[in-house]
Structure formats: structure tokens, C-alpha cells
Design a protein around this ligand. Sequence first.
Ligand code: G6P
Length: 491
Amino acid sequence: RAILHGELRGDDVIVVSNREPYIHARTGEHIEVQQPASGLVTALEPIMRACSGTWVAHGGGSADREVVDRKDRVAVPPDNPSYQIRRIWLTEEEENGYYYGFSNEGLWPLCHIAHVRPTFRSSDWACYVAVNQKFADAVIAEAKTSAPIVMVQDYHLALAPRMIREKLPDATVITFWHIPWPNPESFAICPWREEIITGLLGSSILGFHTQFHCNNFVDTVDQFMEARVDRETLTVTLGGKNTAVRRYPISIDWPPNPALMETPAEICQSELRKATGLPEDQLIGIGVDRLDYTKGIIERFNAIERLFGLKPEWIGRFTFIQIAAPTRSSIPEYHAHEELVRLTAARINQRFGRNDAPAIVLKVEHHGPRQVYEHYRGADLCFVSSLHDGMNLVAKEFVAARNDEQGVLVLSQFTGAARELPEALIVNPYNTDQCAAAMHVALTMPKTEQRDRMRLMRGLVSEFNVYRWAGRMLLDAATMRRRGRLLKNGS
Ligand code: G6P
């Protein structure tokens, strides 16, 4: 945190992302403030609190317009305002084309290998271009100096870096791509691949979670662009401007907010069983995800079914609680996926559920951070089975929640997190037998081994926390700014 404060002192910092960190929603007479289920928001919120900057984001809440000032700004967090959100308004057509269409039916399946075909429409692309310009214009308007530090987030805003740089050539634009970057052959099917890459190369620094994704990006540039690629330093030069491509694995707040850890783990354990109507000694597994086809929820459920089939001693003794936050539901693929998740859970419960002990408890609703942490702290194992995931912060949150050093993490090898947490039980989510076996190992793991594994994982997450993630990016940006000033003064 100290580094962060030091690096940001006096600097003009603007974060720009599609999703806002606080949503104001109307429920009858009241305005409720909600925090969306997004790894990106989890990661950036502590940084914005530390640096009191401006966060430019789409205002999508039903009461968002009611709480802003004349410049579309609102101070947050509500209980202790320390920075401001500048809200962007989108028409229905813009939201459909830019967010649901190009971002989530095009780029999202393009970048995740989950075998869902991307859909690319020219009309969506036109909205994507227009909305990126809207965000870039807002950043330019919010800049207090001619050289702000702008942190652009994710695949919704690939064109914004160049648009910002055109108007603010001295800005330091740090872009972070929170999802995987595929190999050049896969990326090639995007009809606007050159435009996307040119947009991103407006950044001073372009970050990914893993070295693998950095390399994929550089390979893609090499294949499709007339740009100079320095493989030694992973720097790309286009039109005389350099972009440093760097690995910054994202993480979470550490230590976790004490309010999330208030209830002792044993109480969480008994409360969770009581609240779910389960016997006191029931073993519990937990899954926490947005209801997204990349998260491997069906594969997870199939593995639970296989576990009961292979090891019938767990029937009636083990229950898996799946928290599934509804997401992007107006996209047909998501709608169909939700149906399939519900049907699969029902089928497995029919087969292996017992009166007071269902095999799977499926909770398709939004849960706040406090409730989520109570689930983490009350469970015996957490299963993250993403088919492909940039990082996956659920894995790190589970580790952070377990200050009792108990609980086992079963983790997909296709997450960025698997590279940092080898003490988890690493599995291939497509391998149902292997996942079932890993759950059995988790449920029978001696407490001492749980502690040893958990300690190592907690050590890693505590050291490489979100402040490190941001701190390293900002340190690199600060070095770049100093060099730039030196060069300018020298010439
Ligand atoms: C992923 C993306 C984020 C996004 C989040 C939630 O983590 O990388 O950019 O905010 O999913 O998705 P949503 O569409 O609800 O913002």
C-alpha cells in the first residue's frame, strides 16, 4: 500500500472500465447500493480507495442517474467516500451492440477456449467503436493534467487506449487485459483483428496475467501487423510508439477486510450447515462463480456425480453448494447454459440426493462479499473448474478466507491461478474421473496436510496481493515517465 501511495502521490489517476464498482438500484422506495460480481472490480476497488482518483464506467443501475451530480459523478464507497465514479450512459442499442454483442458474443468466446463459437456482426462493431470513443472522451474530459496515468481495463475497451493517446499524447496508458489472449490462429478469425491490435498498441504498457498470454499477444502482432517486435524485452513499436507487454498476475486485497472474517470459521461451519438444512457433520464443497459457460460448472457437477458413483460412501455425507451469480442472461448462450446447469443439478440430486442431504444445492442469485466469505469459511473444499480463465480470483479468495489453515482447494489447470498455487489439487476439468478422485482426496486429506498446503498458498497470496499487482504496474509506469522526461529534456 505504501508503494501505491508513494507512486501515486500528486498524480492524476483515472481508471476506465465497463463495469462500475458500485451500482445504485431502485427497490421500491429505496435505493440500494450493490457491488457487482467481478474479479476486476474486486482487484481495482482497493487501489482506487488508496489513490482517490476517478473511475470512468458505464452507469447501468436502475437508480444510477438519480444519485449523480450535474457532471455525472458520484462519490464512493457509500460508507466512506474516497474516490469518484464518472458514469457513462449508453442507449439500449449501444449496450446491445457494444456490451452484449461485440464484447460478450465476439471477444469473450474468441479469447476463452471453451468451444463456444464467437459471433461477429458489423452492427455490433460499429457500436463498439462508438462506445469506446465515448469512454475515451470521458477520460479526456476528466483528466486534470496533460499527462494523467490512465488504467484501461479489459476487452470492452480495446480501442480506447489509442483514442486517448491521440488527444493526450503525454498520458501514460496502462491497459490490462483480464481475460486470456489466444494464439494467433484463433485470434485471426476476428474480422477487425488489426483494429483491435492497433487500439491496444496505443498503450504504454499492456498487461496480461501470464507469460503465456503475453507471448500469444506478441505472436499475434508479429503475424498480422507491420510493427517492430523486440522479443528480448517484449516491446512492440508501431508508428514510433512503444508498448511494453508485461505479465502482472492479478490478486486480491490482503489482509482481507476484517468485516469479512468476523465470524469464526467454526461458527461459519455450523451456521452454513444449519442454514442449508444439512446434518451437523455433513462435509461441504463450495463453488462460487458467475453463471458463465467458461467456469466449467457442468463439468464440476459431472465430477460430483462421478464421485458418488465411484465412492458411494459419500452419498448423504457430502453436499456441494454452488453459488451462481446470474450474468449476461439476455445472451442466448448464457440462457441455455443456465438451463443446463439447473437440469444437471436436478438430475444428480434425483440420483444421489438423500432426504436431508441433497447432492448439490444450487443458489442462482447474487451474494454479497460477506455471505461469500461465510461460505468459503464454512466449507471443507472449494472447487474451481474453469475451462479457461485469465486468473480466477475465487481461488485466491478461498485461500484468503481460511485463516484457520483448513480446507482444500481443487483447481483447474486452465486458470492463471494454477501457476501460482501448485499446492492446490490441480485438475483438468475435462477429466471427470480425475476431478472425482481429487475431491475424494480432498475429503479424506489429514488436517496436517491441509494446513501445510494452505500455509504455502496463503504465503503466496499475502505476498503477491493486489497492491503488488498495481504497485508493479505503476512502478513500471513511473520509470517510463522518468525516462520520457529525461529524453525530452536531453533533446
Ligand atoms: C470478467 C471480466 C470483467 C467483467 C466480469 C463480470 O471477470 O474480465 O471485465 O466485469 O467478468 O462480467 P460482467 O459482464 O458482468 O461485467
